[in-house]
Design a protein around this ligand. Structure first.
Ligand code: BES
Ligand code: MG
Ligand code: ZN
Length: 494
C-alpha cells in the first residue's frame, strides 16, 4: 500500500473516492469542485445522520465507474484528530471484501491542522486494514481490501506531508500490532509468545530487548509478580524495551503494562460466562510495547523504558491462596485477599523495577478493573495518579492524540483502605465500591514520593464488544497514541 498526496484528482483513475460530509451541509474543504454537489446531495438524500455512517454511491463515468463513498463526519466545528482518523477508517472499511485497489480520500484541513489531518487519515486507513478473523481457514473471510495506492487529497505542496505520512504509518502499524497481540487466544499468546513477538517487532528498531524469566524475577525480589505466576505452568516473563534517545542515563518516562495472558481469576475464580474474554487481559502490556516501538521508530529525543509484566493467572496446585502473604520488590508485604485482583500485584513490581532503573515518570497501563466500565462506560479510559500536574500532562496528551480519558479521584482514605491487618497492604478491600480507585490506591504504595505517576485503567476501552463504523469489534490498541504524544511532548522539553 502506497500513500500519495495530490491537490487535484484530474486524470486519476480511481476505484473509490471517500468524501466526508458535514452536518452543516458541506463537504470537506479539499473536495474537488465537481464532486462537492454530488457528495452533499448523496448525504442529504440518504438521510442517515449517524456519525461515520458510510454511504456508497456508484457513479459511472465515460470509462468505467467509481464508488463515491460519502461519510457522515458530524459537525465541522467538532472535527478533531479522532474524527479525522475515524472517518478515514469508516470509509475504507466500506470497501471490505471489494475489489477496489486504487482509492482516494478527501481531507478536511480547515477545521483541523492539515498535517494532523494527513497523519490521522493515514492512521485511519491502516487501522481499517486490520481484522480480527486471524484464525479463519477460509482466506476470503480474513481478506483485507488489497489496496495498491491511496491518494490523499489536500491543499499545498505534497512533499510537505512526508513526515506526517511517516508518523501516521508508524503509529497506525503500532496500534495494529497491539491489536493483533491482544486478539490472539491465550494458548497461542503465552508470556513466552509475547516475549518472542516483541523480539521480532523490536528487531526492526533500535530498541534494546531484555527478557527476564522467573529465576531472574526471583533474584530481583519480584515476589508479588511471581505470586500470580505460581498457579500456572507457563513461565512468567518480564519483557523490557529500552530506547536511548538522548545522552545520559536514567529514563524520562517508563511505560509499565499489565500482561496477564489469561486471567481465570486464580483460586478466586471468575464465573465461566465471558471468561474466554480474559485473553485480552494483556492489552496494557501490548500497548506499552507498541508505544515503545513508535518512540524508537520516530527516534524521539528522550530515554524510555517499557516494562511488560507477563504471566497467566490460573488456579493450579501451587497457586497463591486467598490470605497468602507475599513480599514485593519494594520490600512491602502484601496480603493477597483476592487472587483475581492480580493486575495490581504484577504492576507494583514492574513499577519498582522501572524506578530502580532510573525512571522519573511512570505511566502504567492495565485492564485492571471491571469497575471502570461501570464508572465510565465504554468510551473513556480511567486516569488516576499524582501529582496533579502530571495527570494534566497525560490528559492533555490524550486530548491531543484523540483518545478519550477521564480522571478519577484518589485520596488518602482510599490508600488507608488498602492496608492489611497482617501485612503492609491487601490487594482487595472486599468492597465493590470505588473498585477502580482502590486498584490505583494499592499501586500508589509502590510509587516513590518523587516519581510522577499516572495509572491508565483501560478495562473500559481495550476491547469493543460491538462493531463501530470505524472499527470491528475486538481489540483497540488503547492508550498507544496517548503514550506516544506524551513522549513527543517530553522530548520537545529535552
Ligand atoms: N482482568 C480483570 C478486570 C477486567 C474485567 C478487565 C472485565 C476487562 C474486563 C481484573 O484482573 C479483575 O478481575 N479485577 C477484579 C478486581 C477485584 C477482585 C478487586 C474486578 O474488577 O472485579
Ligand atoms: Mg508458574
Ligand atoms: Zn483478575
Amino acid at each position: 500500500m502506497h500513500f500519495r498526496v495530490v491537490s487535484s484528482l484530474e486524470g486519476e483513475h480511481l476505484d473509490a473516492l471517500i468524501v466526508p460530509v458535514f452536518k452543516e451541509g458541506d463537504a470537506a474543504s479539499n473536495t474537488p469542485a465537481d464532486l462537492r454537489g454530488t457528495a452533499v446531495w448523496v448525504a442529504k438524500e440518504h438521510g442517515d445522520t449517524k456519525l461515520f455512517a458510510p454511504i456508497t454511491h456508484l457513479q459511472s463515468n465515460g470509462d468505467g465507474s467509481t464508488r463515491l463513498i460519502v461519510v457522515n463526519a458530524g459537525k465541522r466545528a467538532e472535527m478533531d484528530v479522532a474524527r479525522a482518523w475515524q472517518f478515514a477508517s469508516a470509509g475504507v472499511r466500506e470497501l471490505w471484501q471489494s475489489t477496489a485497489a486504487r482509492i482516494a480520500i478527501v481531507l478536511e484541513s480547515n477545521a483541523i491542522d492539515p498535517q494532523e489531518a494527513m497523519q490521522s487519515a493515514v492512521e485511519g486507513v491502516i487501522y481499517a486494514m486490520w481484522r480480527p478473523e486471524s484464525h479463519r481457514t477460509d482466506e476470503k473471510d480474513r481478506r483485507l481490501p488489497p489496496l495498491d495506492e491511496v491518494l490523499l487529497v489536500s491543499a499545498g505542496d505534497a512533499s510537505d506531508f512526508d513526515a506526517a505520512i511517516n508518523r501516521g504509518t508508524i503509529v497506525g502499524e503500532a496500534v495494529n500490532w497491539a491489536r493483533g497481540i491482544s486478539n490472539e487466544p491465550a494458548n497461542l499468546m503465552t508470556p513466552t509468545h509475547m516475549a518472542m513477538a516483541t523480539r521480532e517487532m523490536a528487531s526492526t528498531t533500535n530498541l534494546k530487548v531484555e527478557v527476564l524469566g522467573e529465576e531472574e524475577a526471583r533474584a530481583l525480589g519480584m515476589g508479588s509478580f511471581l505470586s500470580v505466576a505460581r498457579g500456572s505452568d507457563e513461565q512468567a516473563q518480564v519483557v523490557v524495551l529500552r530506547h536511548q534517545g538522548r545522552a545520559g542515563d536514567g529514563y524520562d518516562i517508563a511505560f509499565v503494562g499489565k500482561g496477564i495472558t489469561f486471567d481465570s481469576g486464580g483460586i478466586s475464580i471468575k464465573p465461566a460466562e465471558d471468561m474466554h474474554m480474559m485473553k485480552y487481559d494483556m492489552s496494557g502490556a501490548a500497548s506499552v510495547l507498541a508505544a515503545a516501538s513508535v518512540v524508537s521508530r520516530m527516534n524521539l529525543a528522550l530515554n524510555v523504558i517499557a516494562v511488560a509484566m507477563c504471566t497467566e493467572n490460573l488456579p493450579g496446585g501451587h497457586a497463591t491462596k486467598p490470605g497468602d502473604v507475599v513480599t514485593s520488590m519494594s520490600g512491602k508485604t502484601v496480603e493477597v485477599t483476592n487472587t483475581d485482583a492480580e493486575g495490581r500485584l504484577v504492576l507494583i513490581d514492574g513499577i519498582t523495577y522501572a524506578q530502580r532503573e532510573g525512571a522519573k515518570r511512570v505511566v502504567d497501563v492495565a485492564t485492571l478493573t471491571g469497575a471502570v466500565r461501570i464508572a465510565l462506560g465504554r468510551l473513556y479510559t480511567g486516569v488516576l495518579g499524582r501529582p496533579q500536574s502530571f495527570i494534566d500532562e497525560v490528559l492533555g496528551a490524550a486530548e491531543r492524540s484523540g483518545e478519550r480519558m477521564w480522571q478519577l479521584p484518589l485520596a488518602d482514605e482510599h490508600r488507608e483502605e488498602m492496608k492489611s491487618e497482617v501485612a503492609d497492604l491487601r490487594n482487595s478491600s472486599g468492597s465493590r465500591l470505588g473498585g477502580t480507585i482502590l486498584g490505583a490506591a494499592f499501586i500508589d504504595a509502590a510509587v516513590e514520593p518523587e516519581t510522577q505517576w499516572a495509572h491508565l485503567d483501560i478495562a473500559s476501552t481495550a476491547w469493543y464488544e460491538e462493531d463501530r463504523p470505524f472499527s470491528p469489534k475486538g481489540p483497540q490498541g488503547a492508550a498507544v497514541r496517548t503514550m506516544v504524544e506524551l513522549a513527543q511532548t517530553l522530548a520537545k522539553g529535552n
